[in-house]
Write a protein that binds this ligand. Structure first.
Ligand code: PLP
Length: 453
């Protein structure tokens, strides 16, 4: 076999890929029909593929490359750490400086008394940690029957058995089942489900489903509620303004732990360090991953409030949970350097400056397109709702995703990465995107819409 490098012809790379590489969320049939696009390099917000195309990445990879691709400082941080201490674990009463420094930095950045970090290598793993953490907390508090976690339909919390069960995506539940003790309530998706209500009325109604579910199950059975400040993978569903205050009120009233999954919304995406700050939420646990290292290393974690950390840590026996790579020194060193860049380069100020009014004006102007029913944008996270009839907020009658697939195909051909969730087109570009690059993104999005119409 030839040595496999970027220099092989694309068709050969694609054939090897289809033969040996099982892709996430992809069917073999799709890969066999058309080979995967082979990405060979990236810099800033630009990807290059094996055919030499320059593609603008409107999704920051998978919502993660917050500081943009190809940063020398991050390469240096990884190389330095590999030379000094390439690996050691944090089990059995040992620790190391990168894990200590990153945990301390996160405690400083996170709001309120979120002062304790349990590391993982991904958002899914961190949410699995959260299931154990909240159940352990109530066990130690003498309420072991408090085990149920309430989540939302169409929420996304990862694809491990735990994360996938917390998520409300039925096609993931269908892939091997769902663990016990997780219940789902409706999502605050006004455009699709709000009927004649105002967004504010609908937001309240959906939040109050939490209270109804708590009362139906019995408060003595409910451990926690989990939600993303903005549902990302569900289609960038921005909740009405009434939603989160009501969820907070209900959690406070019934003493239910509040887990906020900030895997996408963390580290500047919404114009603050965390989406909880943008929406005024006070969580007991925050899930983090993705933008923590800008995707340069796999790392995630749970940032936990004083009360839960003290209770879980107060037991005589161990908290029997952890990963070989919890607090991996190279991942931690890269994450620390990434946080330094976000802070010292003023990346979050840049998000605010570039999002409003520059991107916002251009993004919301896409609402004049006959196929766009709703435009949403918070910081650098946006959605376009496609519809055959804006006034009626109609859905395309064809198979879900048909129009989405058509625009996805056009975006692909126009060298624009936008994600399509059924009939919503979404963006989440690197936070360092410039106004000139925003112009390119908008022009290619409009062209793709026109071609798909
Ligand atoms: N939580 C949210 C909100 C996510 O968007 C994701 C991934 O997209 C996850 C959890 C899972 O993270 P990972 O893919 O790193 O396991």
């Amino acid at each position: 076999m030839n040595k496999i490098t970027n220099h092989l012809p694309t068709a050969e790379l694609q054939a090897l890929d289809a033969a040996h590489h099982m892709h996430p969320f992809t069917s073999d049939a799709a890969l066999a029909k058309r080979g995967a696009r082979v990405i060979t390099a990236a810099k800033g917000v630009w990807l290059t593929d094996s055919e030499g195309n320059r593609i603008i990445d409107g999704m920051a990879g998978l919502w993660c490359v917050n500081v943009g691709y190809g940063r020398e400082e991050l390469a240096e941080a990884a190389a330095r750490q590999i030379r000094e201490l390439s690996y050691y674990n944090t089990f059995f009463m040992t620790t190391h400086v990168p894990a200590i420094a990153l945990a301390a930095k996160l405690a400083q950045l996170a709001p309120g008394d979120l002062n304790h970090v349990f590391f993982a290598s991904s958002g899914s793993e961190a949410n699995d940690t959260n299931i154990r953490l909240v159940r352990r907390y109530w066990d130690i508090k003498g309420q072991p029957e408090k085990r149920v976690i309430i989540a939302r339909r169409n929420g996304y919390h990862g694809s491990t058995m735990g994360g996938g069960s917390l998520g409300g995506m039925t096609y993931i539940h269908a892939a091997g089942g769902k663990i016990d003790g997780i219940e789902h309530i409706g999502q605050p998706h006004w455009w699709a489900e709000g009927g004649d209500m105002t967004p504010e009325e609908f937001g309240l109604m959906r939040a109050r489903e939490l209270e109804e579910k708590i009362l139906e199950l019995g408060v003595e059975k409910v451990a926690a509620f989990i939600g993303e400040p903005i549902q990302g993978a569900g289609g960038v569903i921005v909740p009405p303004s009434t939603y989160w205050p009501e969820i907070q009120r209900i959690c406070d009233k019934y003493g239910i732990l509040l887990i906020v999954d900030e895997v996408i919304t963390g580290f500047g995406r919404t114009g603050n360090w965390f989406g909880s700050q943008t929406f005024g939420i006070k969580p007991h646990i925050m899930t983090i991953a993705k933008g923590l290292s800008s995707g340069y290393q796999p790392i995630g974690g749970s940032i936990v409030c004083d009360e839960i950390a003290h209770v879980v840590g107060s037991a005589d026996d161990d908290f029997n949970h952890g990963y070989t790579y919890s607090g991996h020194p190279v991942a931690a060193a890269v994450a620390l350097e990434n946080l330094r860049i976000i802070e010292e380069d003023g990346v979050i100020d840049h998000v605010r400056d570039v999002a409003h009014p520059y991107l916002a004006e251009r993004w919301h102007a896409l609402a004049d397109h006959p196929m766009v029913g709703e435009t949403k944008l918070v910081g650098l996270m946006g959605a376009l709702q496609l519809t055959p009839n804006k006034e009626k907020r109609a859905k395309f009658a064809a198979k879900p995703g048909t129009v989405g697939l058509r625009t996805r195909e056009r975006c692909f051909r126009n060298n624009l990465v936008m994600r399509h969730v059924y009939d919503r087109m979404i963006i989440s570009p690197p936070l360092v995107i410039t106004p000139e690059e925003i112009d390119v993104l908008i022009a290619r999005a409009r062209l793709s819409l026109d071609e798909a119409y």
